[in-house]
Design a protein around this ligand. Sequence first.
Ligand SMILES: O=P(O)(O)OC[C@H]1O[C@H](O[C@H]2O[C@H](CO)[C@@H](O)[C@H](O)[C@H]2O)[C@H](O)[C@@H](O)[C@@H]1O
Length: 251
Amino acid sequence: MGLLTESDANNNHGLLDSYTTWQEEHPSALDSFEDMIAVAEGKKLVLFLDYDGTLSPIVNDPDKAFMSDAMRAAVREVAYLFPTAIVSGRCIDKVNGFVKLDNVVYAGSHGMDIWTPTGSLKYEDVGQQIKSIDEQGNKVVKFQPAQEFLPTVKEVMEIKPSINWNKGRALEYLLDTFGFTSSSDFLPLYIGDDTTDEDAFEVIRGLRRGFPIIVSSVPRNTKASYSLRDPDEVMDFMVRLAKWKKAKSTA
Ligand SMILES: O=P(O)(O)OC[C@H]1O[C@H](O[C@H]2O[C@H](CO)[C@@H](O)[C@H](O)[C@H]2O)[C@H](O)[C@@H](O)[C@@H]1O
């Protein structure tokens, strides 16, 4: 390992300073946890989680972007305690294959391919909702608002700009079909690292309720209100959320 030069040290301090300054606008969700749960008291938290870079680390080969066992356990736990959706840029079969948890809603292809368990829907007779069976044999309802754009071979990212659907629209759709938008006591909590997650952050800001949380270890332009540095911090945050919820339900 080489020695740190004075210039390296100055650069490191500079980076630290700019991240600290950025966090004044986007405070750490871990540091702000007590304030957040004070707001969430008596409300229904609905969780939306991005996959790559949020639940899994970013790696060179997308087919090796796995969640750790500890992360899988944390997602499983929050998904039993809160309505939980994974909203990813990947095609849904990839997301489903990586996550493999029964009780989460999957919204793949940037929210254009949504599969929900049948029991969880407010209504199931909307034209674009189709009853189907997933790979595990569970009954699901598929909602594919931009079906014609769903990729067969190429990633959907390349054609995304031409359609009026994004992760923000998917978040609105899911809140609606879960029956939350008619109530006043829900709070969406969205954690994501991708630029495409900004659409969801914007929707949450527009709702004037909930917690948009960006995952980034460097300062970034974002509409998120809170920040977490990396998937490890995402996991810590979810573990704390689960502990809080369990402590409340046993109190
Ligand atoms: O919405 P997300 O779940 O964050 O998906 C966004 C893209 O994620 C994947 O690419 C990113 O992660 C890969 C694995 O770590 C990495 O190799 C790549 O550089 C990243 O851009 C996925 O492959 C894309 O299809 C998604 O659009």
